[in-house]
Design a protein around this ligand. Structure first.
Ligand SMILES: Cc1ncc(COP(=O)(O)O)c(C=O)c1O
Length: 433
């Protein structure tokens, strides 16, 4: 038994969350204003205000407020498909018959829109320096699939990826980028000597205001762009694709994806607190880093010269030689406790038993049952079928699965106080005792 509780630590009375909404007061005022003025709709002042505020903050010309980050990603992906391959028939996706390169270690909402649009995602392995898409693997993917013209790139846990290198590979091959900045609103990247916000780095950019994000509307998302035509198109698609006629006239397939003015009121109330939330999350990250420094673990890494993360989630990675045995099937996990060692399953179960919420790392998309038949490209090339029953070549490279196996997301709620965080750190030490 590795974890020992000598009874001195009591479970938290109030649950410590991974990342929960933090309201400040103004949100209710703006929601109430929508109610009192009867703008309980998908038009209204709150929407206009937050579109202007977010566009200004991110440094893009236009922001289109949508019902979710997923909706933003869908319309961004559809728009990219239409630009590359033309308008699709009403019952077909714009990516039919085409491959799209996509981040592998991310939430499935990043990449499902490729399938909504009838495209085939090819998953690109992760690099160990920022836990995002590996530019070397991306270059290999273009060697194997030279006709691919679209790449979906996510910034994981609020940490910008190797944007400069990824953009250079995409430019070389004439490919467009859908940027998924759902988790990284407020994070910055140094591009060509200038700090640029995530959400302004791709050709079609998306953020999320889901309840667990750095600021929230309870739900919601945005499409961000410098192109008026693109903003107009996404706004039109999101409101059932109505044409300029006195009646409901439709030449394109439409969606009901517009943000509600009530939700926009919540986001409007949250916007002034974005930087305060980032500061709190950064302090949490730094306290974990300092508090866990004597354990055989590392925090989720970032490039301190070229990026300023928003520190949305603090994560840790256990050193290989400090891992106890752990197995996971498609639904359950088991581990064998060992003195001086631990594993994500043990730490997550321990935290849960003390009423604190952690989470496994995003399970890589190439290993998800729904996408197991899709191609997966690593820095070595094709990542599928690389073991050999007759010739031992060692383990094939798969950085994402390695991080999934040895990593976990720690409770990162900005309402967690220092004392509570110290107890969490203590619990993690005991897992290794
Ligand atoms: C990386 C990533 N992409 C997309 C989404 C989808 O955003 P939403 O929940 O607003 O639809 C999320 C989070 O929920 C996410 O973490």
């Amino acid at each position: 038994m590795a974890f020992k509780n000598s009874g001195d630590i009591k479970p938290f009375v109030d649950k410590i969350w991974l990342s929960s909404p933090t309201m400040h007061g103004k949100e209710l005022e703006y929601m109430t204003e929508a109610y009192k003025t009867n703008w309980m709709s998908t038009v209204g002042k709150n929407i206009n205000e937050i579109e202007a505020q977010v566009a200004e903050y991110v440094g893009v010309k236009y922001a289109v407020a949508l019902s979710a980050g997923t909706a933003a990603l869908h319309l961004a992906t559809k728009l990219a498909g239409e630009k590359l391959y033309g308008q699709a028939r009403p019952n077909k996706g714009t990516l039919e018959g085409h491959t799209v390169f996509a981040s592998d270690m991310t939430f499935d909402a990043s990449i499902n829109p490729i399938a909504y649009e009838d495209g085939e995602a090819v998953f690109i392995d992760t690099e160990p320096d920022t836990w995002n898409m590996d530019p070397v693997a991306l270059e290999k993917a273009f060697e194997l699939y030279p006709d691919t013209k679209l790449v979906v790139i996510a910034h994981l846990y609020g940490t910008p990826g190797k944007v400069e290198e990824l953009k250079a590979v995409c430019d070389k091959h004439g490919a467009l980028i859908v940027e998924d900045a759902a988790e990284s609103f407020g994070a910055k990247y140094l591009l060509d000597g200038k700090w640029v916000e995530t959400g302004a780095l791709g050709d079609f950019n998306c953020i999320s205001f889901n309840g667990n994000k750095i600021i929230t509307g309870s739900c919601g998302g945005m499409f961000l762009t410098d192109s008026k035509d693109d903003a107009d198109k996404v706004r039109k698609w999101s409101t059932q694709s109505r044409e300029a006629a006195p009646w409901y006239q439709h030449e394109e397939i439409g969606y009901n994806y517009r943000m509600s003015n009530v939700i926009a009121g919540v986001i409007r109330g949250q916007m002034p607190y974005l930087q305060a939330h980032i500061n709190q999350k950064k302090a949490i990250y730094e306290r974990y880093k300092e508090g866990l420094k004597d354990l055989p673990v590392k925090m989720n890494p970032y490039d301190a010269e070229k990026s300023i993360p928003n520190f949305w989630l603090s994560c840790l990675l256990i050193d290989e030689d400090a891992m106890c045995k752990q197995v996971r099937d498609d639904q359950q996990a088991l581990f064998i406790p060992k003195t001086g060692r631990s594993c994500p399953t043990e730490i997550l179960e321990t935290l849960a038993s003390f009423n604190a919420e952690g989470r496994p790392i995003w399970k890589p998309m190439h290993s998800q049952p729904i996408y197991r038949s899709h191609a997966f490209i690593t820095a070595d090339g094709n990542g599928r079928g690389q073991s050999n029953a007759y010739i031992d070549k060692g383990n094939a490279r798969d950085i994402g699965m390695d991080i999934f196996r040895r990593g976990l997301c720690l409770p990162s709620d900005n309402k967690m106080n220092e004392e509570q965080q110290e107890l969490i750190i203590k619990l993690i030490y005991r897992c290794f005792s």
